[in-house]
Design a protein around this ligand. Structure first.
Ligand code: ADP
Length: 451
């Protein structure tokens, strides 16, 4: 039941109740047995005959009769007879050829040519004329068949009504719930496109769904503003920290240039310089990410030979790798071109490689490959290092996320992969990571090729 959509559930509910009502109606109709129908025919017949007595008047040597005698009210044929059985007035049903004896106040059931009739007579003393009989005749067969027609009609029409209610109910619910779909789509787009500026914008309406959409838009407004404040804060803090760090680095540089420095002081200043450099790197990454968030980070796109650029970055990083006796092997297809920002491409690849080295094992191997594949340039950096657990793998792209926070001393602040991801996506590409804990990792990026 939980898997069904709301519109289907509501339609089922309508249909269920309609079916219940229909079944009840049919049950009532069926339970009205023939006996009851016939009893009601008999009552009508008696009532009509009794009431018609009042309409028979004798005036100035002639009968003055009401038109009721010809009206066939309730399917009753009324006729007036003399005491000796001569028809004076009224109608006899077609097909009723019998002339039964009068039986005052008693109902007779007669058959004639395959049909059944009720006959009811009442005598009436007319002052100035004498005794007359009023006879009422009703067709039993007609009463039964009209009941059967009603029943047949109900059996066909009521289920049709259920189907009609179900269909109209479905479309009506679908229409009513359309705004809910709009809300869901907006949320999904916010999720996939990371665009907090989107709104449901249902327009003017007062029902509960419109109220929900309005509340939702208001909430999104607040979230967006909170995000903007946070981005502005990060940007401001990074800006403010840049100058003091630059000053610290410059001062360290100057101090280290002093030959009279004792080795102990030199070590201390070198440590300060190292930490300040890490800090400067972190600040520059933070600045880049906050500018990217605000959509202010510009890319200098140009047609670049990524094969050469990749080879160059690998050679640069090879020096770092040597410190851990790690070898870097390359498998690079020549002359692969893409529209890219040179500085950012280098930054992206350097980050991946420095991670591969940092999280690689001593005397390990790194394989960097770059190939052409279905209109994309596919690059990968593969290492045989410590690997990443499956739990951590889904978080590595988050800012400041480090699988092993105890390794923080080295300037790896957990911003590198966030930046890598942003750079690849800003180039219209995608990046994925696969890893096995203890065996190694492979980061694969795709960037559209430019011929
Ligand atoms: P950091 O600055 O800490 O390296 P990153 O954003 O570059 O931050 O990486 C996030 C986390 O992903 C790292 O802390 C590390 O746990 C994991 N990681 C990244 N690259 C690798 C790799 N090649 N091998 C193992 N773990 C890695």
């Amino acid at each position: 039941m939980r898997r069904l959509s709301l519109k289907l559930k509501l339609t089922l509910l309508y249909s269920f109740f309609m079916t219940l009502v229909t079944c009840a109606a049919l049950a009532i109709l069926f339970s009205l047995s023939n006996k009851e129908i016939l009893a009601s025919t008999q009552n009508t017949l008696k009532k009509q005959v009794q009431e018609s007595l009042e309409d028979v008047e004798w005036e100035d040597g002639a009968f003055d009769l009401d038109s009721d005698f010809y009206d066939l009210d309730g399917g009753v044929y009324l006729s007036l007879y003399t005491e000796s059985g001569n028809l004076l007035y009224g109608r006899i049903p077609y097909g009723f050829d019998l002339h039964p004896e009068f039986s005052d106040g008693e109902l007779q059931t007669l058959s004639d040519s395959g049909r059944q009739w009720y006959v009811f007579d009442l005598s009436h003393q007319i002052p100035g004329y004498g005794l007359v009989y009023v006879r009422g005749i009703s067709s039993v067969t007609e009463a039964e068949s009209s009941f059967r027609i009603t029943l047949r009609f109900a059996v066909i029409v009521l289920p049709l009504l259920v189907v009609l209610t179900a269909v109209t109910g479905y479309f009506f619910t679908k229409r009513t719930l359309r705004p809910v779909r709009q809300i869901t789509e907006t949320v999904q787009k916010i999720q996939t496109e990371h665009d907090l500026s989107r709104r449901v914008e249902l327009g003017s309406g007062t029902d509960e769904i419109y109220q929900l959409a309005g509340t939702f838009d208001h909430l999104l407004e607040q979230i967006e503003r909170a995000f903007q404040r946070e981005q502005q804060f990060t940007s401001d803090v990074s800006h403010e920290l840049r100058t003091p760090v630059t000053v610290i680095l410059a001062q360290c540089d100057a101090a280290l240039g002093d030959d009279s420095l004792s080795s102990e002081h030199r070590q201390q200043i070198e440590l300060i310089e190292k930490k300040a450099r890490n800090m400067a790197q972190m600040i520059s990454q933070l600045l880049l990410l906050s500018r990217a968030d605000q959509g202010r980070q510009q890319l200098q796109m140009e047609k670049l030979n990524l094969s050469e650029l990749t080879e160059m970055v690998c050679e640069e990083q090879a020096l770092l790798a040597e410190e851990k006796f790690i070898s870097i092997t390359t498998q690079i297809e020549p002359d692969l071109y893409a529209f890219a920002d040179e500085t950012f491409y280098i930054r992206m690849l350097s980050n991946l490689l420095s991670n591969a080295i940092y999280y690689g094992k001593e005397k390990g191997h790194i394989l960097v490959s770059l190939i052409r594949q279905n209109g994309f340039i596919t690059g990968s950096v593969e290492d045989d290092g410590i690997g990443i657990s499956q739990d951590d793998l889904s978080h590595i792209w988050e800012r400041f996320y480090r699988a092993d926070a105890s390794r923080s001393a080295s300037g790896h602040s957990g911003l590198g992969l966030s930046m890598v991801k942003w750079i690849v996506e800003a180039h219209g590409g995608t990046i994925t990571a696969e890893s096995t804990l203890g065996k190694g990792s492979i980061f694969t990026f795709l960037i559209p090729e430019e011929n």
